[in-house]
Design a protein around this ligand. Structure first.
Ligand SMILES: CC(C)(COP(=O)(O)OP(=O)(O)OC[C@H]1O[C@@H](n2cnc3c(N)ncnc32)[C@H](O)[C@@H]1OP(=O)(O)O)[C@@H](O)C(=O)NCCC(=O)NCCS
Length: 179
């Protein structure tokens, strides 16, 4: 079982602003192999009115912040679309991705969304495992979805956000991560 990351450090999740973009783009370049967004794309995402971006940062004893990861979502009619999720390679596998995902669930629930949907590369088992732990299941495939290598996308859907299954899963993860 996981040891709570919060026992060792304080992780803060907050909304991204344009002043974060240098760090965000640095994380994106280190976490993803390809398909980087331009600064302009990020700037547009921050003001388009239908998306929200989260930052996870560690706060040390001197109250200095270091950004470790980010996530982005689009609010569709009644469904949240997880657009991006990335954690600095050196900070992976300690729960930052999970904490960001919990933040996305929080955004979805507070906006009265019914579920969360996402696409993930067929070869990206790290991300698929994370999503499965939060109850996402495969609902389809988009052939040759990714332009860089023609890879297929797996489409994954969460449980309904108001279902007992989803609520108890989220409660469990909130307790584990202390957020
Ligand atoms: C996918 C990604 C966001 C996951 O981030 P992460 O911070 O490593 O995620 P977590 O730490 O919450 O979980 C990852 C693994 O660490 C394990 N872990 C997390 N905290 C732990 C702890 N305290 N103790 C032991 N194991 C722990 C989890 O069980 C999980 O293991 P699993 O892969 O066997 O299920 C990250 O790998 C990444 O940025 N990848 C590149 C970008 C990408 O592919 N994004 C997804 C696009 S769809």
């Amino acid at each position: 079982m996981f040891q709570s990351f919060q026992n060792r450090a304080k992780i803060n999740v907050r909304l991204m602003t344009e002043f974060d973009l240098d760090h965000v783009r640095n994380i994106e370049r280190k976490a993803y192999d390809t398909d980087f967004w331009s600064r302009r794309t990020f700037e547009e995402e921050l003001v388009n009115g239908f998306s929200e971006y989260l930052i996870a940062e560690i706060i040390d004893k001197e109250q200095q912040n270091q950004m470790l990861g980010f996530a982005g979502v689009w609010f569709m009619k009644d469904q949240l679309h997880l657009v991006t999720l990335a954690v600095l390679p050196d900070s992976q596998k300690v729960g930052i991705g999970s904490i960001l995902l919990l933040g996305c669930f929080g955004l979805a629930i507070s906006a009265d969304m019914q579920s969360i949907v996402l696409e993930v590369r067929e070869s990206n088992f790290k991300a698929q495992n994370l999503y499965k732990r939060f109850g996402f299941r495969k609902i389809g495939k988009l052939a040759r979805y990714y332009r860089d290598n023609d890879e297929d996308a797996i489409v994954m859907l969460s449980h309904p956000l108001n279902s007992l299954t989803m609520k108890s899963l989220l409660r469990e993860w909130h307790l584990i991560f202390g957020v």
